[in-house]
Write a protein that binds this ligand. Structure first.
Ligand code: NOJ
Length: 771
């Protein structure tokens, strides 16, 4: 039915706009051509100022702005897009000014950071990556899109696909971790989830991959700091997730803040023109990060605001994102017109950018349907299916890090346990279940760990709570304006009393669940840290509680790996829950009590402490590979191995990998080889395992990483079930960018393969690629 309507529409449009083509264009071509025509027509009517207006995006903060502050600009065609408006009535109000009062009636495009949910909050992206399940990510972002679209938002600034190998960098929480292959699969899944087949269709959003490119390599993990990335690392590690997003059809891209090899990403023609447009053929539009155009002056790159506009625009940034009342904002709207009059920027270049933005607006159907139906918001937002999905996604994102003596799952009705203490600063905090960028939800809807456990156990067991310690960020967070202030820090007396209270509760209980980690504003943007220590006195509390000899389970709520070395050898069970979202508390209870089995895997290498950073599994071999010198020749004070390897995660069952084989021992350059491995559930219950495939190229035109992930599949196996998992290794998987030849190469070489449950999998075989 839908297809028929679309076909009829396309034909009508074609009749209205198009000359009859002898060969008869396909429907998609017809639609595209008609958009071209409509853009041409509009462009021919626009003044330079109106064109520049389409390239101007402004923040609107309900917290401290009034509609009158932007309405004149909208009416005069000086604003093409607004971000951060989340009230549907206000969206309609602003849209009405654009489409009824402005000269050319061009609709506004409303954007927002829909990162991991809107009204319903899903696990943070790092957690979603821990699911190793692109299908779940896709479903989550489909629902997030639906909820945001319900209020009139049409464009999300997601996914963030920056590879991050430094957990001091707070934004590691927003991405998929350290690995280009996992990152690419996740990037594509996010894009498919947001946009579906077509971002204009019901409930979908236009996606925006960010931050192009290299932002995750900020020196020292300090947010916004310069990144120095070799060509080989850029092409082999940092760019692949962006390429995957482009291949998945992402409609827009955001330029990054930082300097990349001395050239700020927002003024970087190599990135924006050579790579994005020429090499990849990207057809969407590019928006700057907030104030990133004006920041070209701050960077010591552009001379003044006008030069900044010139540099960003000619480098390939189509639209400028501006903060209100910032002196470096609105570089485009204050300078582009004069740059054109002076002949420094050509009219053709201006038209190219405006065309891309208008094209997006036409494709989204904004000219036909500029308004949002306010009556639908509550029904869409309160769809119980959304909460159900949030619960499942959280269950599937959790990673079981330790389970000595099978402490988990806990058993309801265990005769030895009639009281449970739930202890820690994150145990009953609704806000911290959500994670960074939860800016439009109702925090009251979030379920805490304490609430989840109480609901799970009912009245059968006494479940009591003590906070024990308080934790705080030492500096303000840029997100403070969106939340009620945190309670004031405890006095010294209060600190002593609360600590004691927690200990005495633990003493009088049969088992303890400790919930430790970081507040949501401790990771995310402008949230870098110099250590990975558990903030505040959490470790002290954990040690004190553990010394009581009760069974202790540690649940972690956090957006980055933390230094849990002590816990890793003293606390029998550790469950990494990340910031799990609105349904987090219920999902944690599900996993702790075995209603759901943990199957997530780490999307990053978990360091022992911050001194090991950067640490990642896909490093090159050295003259003294670790297996030979047993960790003594590199650091002498701690092992060079991480606390937990990339891809690691336990289960309530056990799995055996066997019979790793290749379809042919030798293939020609360009040919594919099939890799098969048998996986058997040898444990106690039906559970999930993620079968992972790693390769190593033994020699070639350049050194290659000791292992590289090249395939994975999360599978559910019933008790005793055995299944064969298949992977294909072809040209794409075996090609890399060689810094020796400065080109993409596939070498004839011998390859080692490993398949198993994490990046240290021992099961191995080889095959050879020949000319
Ligand atoms: C700055 C952040 O770097 C970016 O990720 C975000 O999308 C924009 N602000 C808009 O909020």
């Amino acid at each position: 039915m839908k297809v028929k309507i679309a076909a009829c529409l396309a034909i009508v449009l074609a009749l209205l706009n198009l000359p009859v083509l002898a060969s008869g264009p396909k429907i998609s071509q017809v639609a595209a051509l008609s958009i071209d025509r409509r853009v041409d027509e509009l462009l021919s009517q626009m003044t330079i100022e109106e064109k520049v207006g389409q390239l101007n995006q402004m923040f609107y903060f309900t917290q401290f702005m009034k509609p009158e502050m932007v309405e004149p600009g909208i009416r005069d065609g000086k604003i093409g897009s607004l971000l951060f408006v989340t009230d549907p009535a206000l969206i309609n109000r602003f849209q009405k000014v654009a489409v009824e009062k402005s000269r050319l009636k061009i609709p506004l495009l409303f954007g927002f950071d829909v990162i991991h949910g809107f009204h319903t909050i899903f696990p943070v992206p790092l957690a979603l990556a821990s699911s190793w399940e692109p299908g779940v990510v896709e479903q989550v972002q489909e629902v997030a899109a639906r909820e945001a679209r319900a209020v009139g938002i049409r464009w999300t600034f997601a996914p963030m696909v920056d590879i991050a190998r430094d957990p001091r960098w707070g934004r590691i929480v927003e991405g998929a971790g350290e690995d280009p292959y996992l990152g690419s699969r996740m990037a594509a899944a996010h894009v498919r989830g947001f946009q579906g087949q077509d971002p204009s269709s019901a409930g979908r959003l236009l996606a925006c991959m960010k931050h192009f490119a290299g932002y995750g390599a900020a020196s020292g993990g300090r947010d916004y700091d310069s990144a120095f990335i070799s060509d080989a690392e850029l092409y082999n590690v940092y760019l692949p997730p962006f390429k995957a997003a482009v291949d998945a059809g992402v409609g827009s891209a955001m330029s990054a803040y930082m300097d990349l090899n001395d050239v700020p990403a927002t003024g970087n023609a190599f990135l924006l023109r050579d790579v994005l447009r020429k090499q990849w053929g990207f057809k969407g539009f590019v928006v700057s990060d907030a104030d990133a155009v004006g920041s070209l002056v701050t960077h010591g790159f552009a001379e003044d605001k006008s030069d900044a506009a010139f540099r960003a625009f000619t480098a390939g940034v189509d639209m400028e994102m501006s903060l209100p009342a910032s002196p470096i904002s609105t570089a485009y709207s204050t300078s582009l017109a004069s740059l054109i009059q002076e002949g420094r920027v050509t009219k053709e270049l201006l038209d190219e950018s405006v065309r891309r933005v208008l094209e997006a607006k036409f494709k989204l159907g904004l000219f036909e349907n500029p308004y949002v139906d306010e009556s639908q918001v509550t029904t869409i937002h309160n769809n119980p299916e959304h909460r159900r999905l949030a619960r499942v996604a959280a269950q599937r994102s959790m990673v079981l890090l330790r389970n000595e003596g099978n402490v988990l799952p806990l058993v309801k009705g265990d005769p030895k346990v009639s009281s449970i203490a739930v202890i820690g600063p994150l145990a009953d905090s609704k806000r911290d279940m959500r994670g960074s960028w939860s800016l439009a939800d109702d925090v009251k809807r979030a379920v805490t760990v304490l609430e989840g456990i109480r609901t799970r156990l009912g009245a059968s067991i006494k479940v009591e709570y003590a906070q024990g310690v308080d934790i705080a960020r030492l500096s303000r967070s840029i997100f403070d304006i969106f939340n009620a202030p945190r309670p004031a820090a405890w006095s010294e007396t209060q600190k002593r009393e609360e600590f004691e209270k927690a200990l005495s509760l633990a003493r009088s209980s049969d088992a303890v669940i400790m919930v430790l980690g970081e507040h949501e504003e401790m990771s995310g943007e402008a949230a870098s840290k110099s250590t990975l220590d558990l903030p505040g006195r959490q470790l002290e509390l954990l040690k004190a509680v553990s010394s009581l000899g009760k069974p202790v389970v540690l649940v972690l709520i956090n957006g980055r790996p933390l230094d849990i070395s002590w816990a890793a050898s003293h606390v029998p069970a550790i469950l990494e829950a990340w910031h799990p979202g609105t349904e987090g508390g219920n999902a944690i209870a599900d996993v702790l009590y075995g209603d759901a089995a943990p199957g997530g895997k780490l999307p990053l290498t978990w360091p022992r402490n911050a001194g090991q950073i950067p640490i990642y599994y896909a490093h090159n071999l050295t003259q003294e590979p670790e297996t030979e010198k047993k960790f003594t020749s590199r650091y002498w004070d701690i092992p060079t191995s991480p606390l937990y390897p990339f891809g690691y995660g336990l289960s309530y069952s056990t799995f055996n990998f066997s019979n790793l084989r290749v379809s042919k021992p030798e293939v020609k350059l360009g040919e594919s080889v099939e890799v098969l491995v048998d996986v058997e559930n040898t444990g106690r219950r039906s559970s999930d395992e993620v079968a992972q495939l790693y390769i190593h190229q033994r020699f070639g035109s350049a050194s290659r990483p000791v292992r590289e992930l090249k395939g994975f599949e999360r599978i559910t196996l019933a008790l005793g079930e055995k299944r064969t998992v298949r992977f294909t290794l072809g040209k794409q998987e075996l090609t890399y960018w060689s810094s020796a030849s400065k080109s993409w190469v596939q070498d004839p070489a011998v390859f080692d393969l490993w398949a198993g449950a994490d990046s240290t999998a021992p099961l191995t075989t080889t095959f050879r690629v020949v000319r």
